[in-house]
Design a protein around this ligand. Structure first.
Ligand SMILES: CC(C)(COP(=O)(O)OP(=O)(O)OC[C@H]1O[C@@H](n2cnc3c(N)ncnc32)[C@H](O)[C@@H]1OP(=O)(O)O)[C@@H](O)C(=O)NCCC(=O)NCCS
Length: 375
């Protein structure tokens, strides 16, 4: 079939029941830091250890736009004797945490697309981390939904969702799948270093899902033709998460600070914003449109100031809230799911013929985008 006939026909957002405000997070971090500083006062005075700096809710909101984040499990995150979520271990016969998150979003997306398992040939679970290597979370989800065909997991950090959507688009365009479920169960909290003042506030948990299919089979009242899609990567060490299976053989603590998420936030900001703006401009022009033709920008949600800067570079002015919706104030950075949360919450009001762009940018560096037209 022709690639002009590929559509996004359904989108699902599943939000965890718990949330953590900046104030709660900062209170816990500061209590932990003050205890650390008291307990290590002598070593700090002797210059053997560095004093832990204090965090501030005002700084977090001003520097990032984040006010709170959702948590799959809140228990443990604010406990200064633990400083990480306490997620119950599940047995091999039980549904895994990420498969549960994935199923919650997938069922909503299927409903919105007016589709059932019988319409799907391919399941991609794509996110920043998977809780195990195999069997793939996607195959577990496929099994629970009763989907024939195949599934696989993909890891592309912040661009996992958009890169997977491009795979889905390619598969439907090539005829290797009739319908594809792309699911992003972003369980980020286990990789957050809640004892790191610079990054303890950045991430939240969420799950999103999207149905991609051929235009000819689409029955959804809100569907979007994919006009074009682009994936781009440029190697950078500025955002890293080093945890991996080799840690066991390296004789280091598998969960040491260097193995958890860390970044050089200033450099990321400076380098990624111009790359993302250029990518978006080129991509919109590649499908024969101009940036002013775009009714809505569903952008990656890492930092409010980043999104404002990118849009200003693109449009030469500030965007109206309705042009580039922000969801990170209550969701925080949800790795690859951010642009899809924005899409899920802000797409039904577009009129037939309106154009929109989904775009992610982040670790790798990686940038992914899809230009859409409402049908
Ligand atoms: C992370 C980020 C919000 C930090 O904002 P920033 O303005 O660059 O902050 P900096 O780290 O340079 O720190 C600025 C000042 O605030 C202080 N500060 C940093 N974190 C703080 C906190 N939690 N509470 C209080 N003060 C803090 C710093 O010590 C520094 O003080 P100084 O000026 O006296 O040295 C920002 O760089 C960012 O969002 N980058 C985008 C990248 C991103 O989020 N990527 C996620 C993966 S895609």
């Amino acid at each position: 079939m022709s690639s002009s006939g590929v559509v996004i026909s359904g989108a699902g957002l599943w939000t965890p029941q718990y949330s953590i405000s900046n104030e709660e997070l900062v209170d816990a971090y500061n209590a932990w830091a003050e205890r650390f500083n008291t307990e290590h006062a002598e070593a700090i005075a002797a210059g053997e250890l560095v004093e832990k700096p204090l965090s501030s809710a005002e700084f977090i909101e001003k520097a990032s736009g984040i006010r709170s984040r959702y948590a799959y499990v809140k228990d443990g995150v604010l406990d200064i004797d633990r400083m990480r979520p306490k997620i119950p271990r599940r047995g091999e016969e039980d549904l895994s945490h990420q498969a549960e998150m994935a199923l919650n979003a997938a069922n909503i997306a299927l409903d919105h697309a007016h589709k059932t398992a019988a319409d799907i040939d391919m399941v991609i679970v794509s996110c920043a981390y998977t809780e195990r290597s195999y069997p793939a979370i996607a195959i577990e989800v496929q099994h629970h939904l009763g989907i024939a065909g195949f599934g696989f997991d993909m890891l592309v950090a912040c661009s996992a969702a958009t890169f997977a959507l491009q795979r889905a688009y390619d598969a439907v365009a090539a005829g290797s799948a009739r319908g594809v479920l792309v699911i992003n169960p972003e369980l980020t909290s286990p990789q957050v270093n809640y004892t790191d003042r610079d990054s303890h506030f950045i991430f939240g948990d969420v799950s999103t899902a999207v149905v991609v299919e051929a235009e000819t089979t689409c029955q959804s009242p809100h569907s979007y033709q994919v006009l074009g899609s682009k994936a781009q990567t440029v190697y950078s060490n500025n955002i890293r998460s080093n945890f991996g299976y080799v840690a066991r053989s390296e004789d280091v603590d598998a969960f040491c600070a260097e193995n958890l998420f860390h970044q050089n936030g200033r450099k990321v900001f400076k380098e990624v914003c111009p790359m993302a703006a250029e990518h978006l401009q080129q991509q919109v022009e590649a499908v024969g449109l101009a940036v002013d033709d775009i009714r809505r920008w569903w952008l990656h949600q890492a930092n409010l100031n980043m999104n404002q800067l990118i849009v200003r570079r693109l449009l030469g002015r500030d965007a109206e809230p309705d042009e580039a919706p922000i969801v990170l104030d209550r969701f925080a950075n949800t790795a690859s799911a951010g642009s899809l949360i924005a899409f899920c919450l802000h797409h039904e009001d577009l009129q037939s013929g309106d154009h929109g762009v989904i775009c992610s940018f982040g670790a790798g560096y990686s940038i992914g985008s899809l230009v859409l037209r409402k049908r």
